[in-house]
Design a binder for this molecule. Sequence first.
Ligand SMILES: *[C@@H]1O[C@H](CO)[C@@H](O)[C@H](O)[C@H]1NC(C)=O
Ligand SMILES: *[C@@H]1O[C@H](CO)[C@@H](O)[C@H](O)[C@H]1NC(C)=O
Ligand SMILES: *[C@@H]1O[C@H](CO)[C@@H](O)[C@H](O)[C@H]1NC(C)=O
Ligand SMILES: *[C@@H]1O[C@H](CO)[C@@H](O)[C@H](O)[C@H]1NC(C)=O
Ligand SMILES: *[C@@H]1O[C@H](CO)[C@@H](O)[C@H](O)[C@H]1NC(C)=O
Length: 470
Amino acid sequence: MLRQLWMLRIVVACSLIAITTFTLVWRLSHGAERSNEPQRSLEHHALLGRQREFWRQIYHDLTESRPNCSKIVHDGGLDVVGVQEAPPPRPMKVLLEDQQHHALKTAHAAFTGRLQARPYDLPYVPATRGIVMTAGGSYLMHALVSVRMIRRTGTNMPIEVFLRDPSEGDSRICEDIFPSLNAKCIALSSTLGDDISNIGKYGYKMISMLLSSFEDFLYLDADCFPIHNPETLFEQPPFTTHGLVLWPDFWYPTESPFFFDIANIGMPPMDHSQVASEAGTILYSKRTHSTALLIATYYNFYGPDFYYKLHSQGALGEGDKETFRWSAVTSNTSWYQVKAHVQHLGFTTQSGERRDSVMAQYNPMTDFKATTPSALARIRPFFMHQHNPKLDPGWMFALDNTSTIFDSNGSMRRIWHENVTEAQNYFGNGFDAEMGMWEEMRDMTCEYDKLFHKEACEVGVEYVKRVFGG
Ligand SMILES: *[C@@H]1O[C@H](CO)[C@@H](O)[C@H](O)[C@H]1NC(C)=O
Ligand SMILES: *[C@@H]1O[C@H](CO)[C@@H](O)[C@H](O)[C@H]1NC(C)=O
Ligand SMILES: *[C@@H]1O[C@H](CO)[C@@H](O)[C@H](O)[C@H]1NC(C)=O
Ligand SMILES: *[C@@H]1O[C@H](CO)[C@@H](O)[C@H](O)[C@H]1NC(C)=O
Ligand SMILES: *[C@@H]1O[C@H](CO)[C@@H](O)[C@H](O)[C@H]1NC(C)=O
């Protein structure tokens, strides 16, 4: 009897200890989380306040530095020259009247003068890193594919996906799926208010970068994604040494000589060291490049009327692509552009048609160290810019067999290379990055069944099994 009583006491005591410990641990973990929430939302709230104030100032300085002249017109179509060929002479397609030239130069000097007179404190949360994207409308789907591909590399870095305004969001993606992937939709209009209507869609990318909460960020076009974990990029040169990393386009630079005079910077020679930028992928440090970012904002704000034309003179892809490099030069800050040439990947159909679909951009860390042609040739790809077609799993896995996963003879096939041997040799170490992309697209159609037509998952499963054996 006495013994039983002791046993009972021990059991009760143990249970009490267990319950207390459990409650304590639970309280610690959940309580800590909960007490962080107001902290985080306060920080976010404070940041939004700082961003609005910042926007008010920069918008004022931008509009006050408007070039007082008619916009530049060119008849388009500057022929680009690929970097494999001999360098061409500097193109002179855009012709400015004296009055335009003078007005542009005066306004440029006025803007950089304003930046010196009123140093800006760019709003961001110190010591943070993350990924920034701009999406909206159909681009949100491409961004979702990219977010899944980013997570596949093993990083859990926060991702901020900027949309013009809340109406561009899809509640299934923004409210259900992104939060589960540590990504979130942010409306530019929540900071810009009515000013958003004075920004054309060309400007959203620039403003997304300005308003992202991170100190250091990787910007990705919605159709770009890394195939390796991007965290290491922030910890090694060239990012740690230069604070701005860009990737190349296929051709020689296209800027008008007028631009260099307007920006008051030296005009580089047209030689093999000069390559245009592609700008689907950018690494930026707001700490070291705040002035560069603000000048890039100026070039983008006045891009469609002036600077895009001064930079590209009607060449293919005229847009923001060159604004990031030249703003670094104008602000006397460093930049690094990957030397390894961008490469198109694709295949030749059974009927002999060449189909390129993705631009591969290379690893900047090994690129930075490579000094010999043979070392350069060994650099592996790091980012894929899947632009043709952009990735929409529902369309790719449509039942009508019209998507690009079908060869001209009707057979399903891979689209980046001819075959698995070629793919693995290219990516190195037996890695088949394209297979990873299709597995992710297949899983998306099966997991997010409300986003896609009901057969997409079935077609995806069949495709990955048939072509990749997965
Ligand atoms: C803009 O230019 C026009 C004529 O080119 C001139 O009449 C006007 O005063 C200028 N405005 C400013 C604010 O400089
Ligand atoms: C960059 O350096 C040049 C020459 O030293 C100077 O004239 C210019 O004002 C500087 N630009 C900025 C934005 O600091
Ligand atoms: C589409 O392709 C699949 C796989 O190649 C094939 O089984 C199916 O019959 C095709 N459907 C049509 C409508 O051509
Ligand atoms: C299409 O061509 C490939 C490569 O020659 C071949 O393996 C496949 O069987 C062909 N498909 C059809 C439907 O003929
Ligand atoms: C893979 O494609 C390459 C390039 O077309 C070709 O040379 C090679 O023979 C192919 N290999 C196999 C295993 O089919």
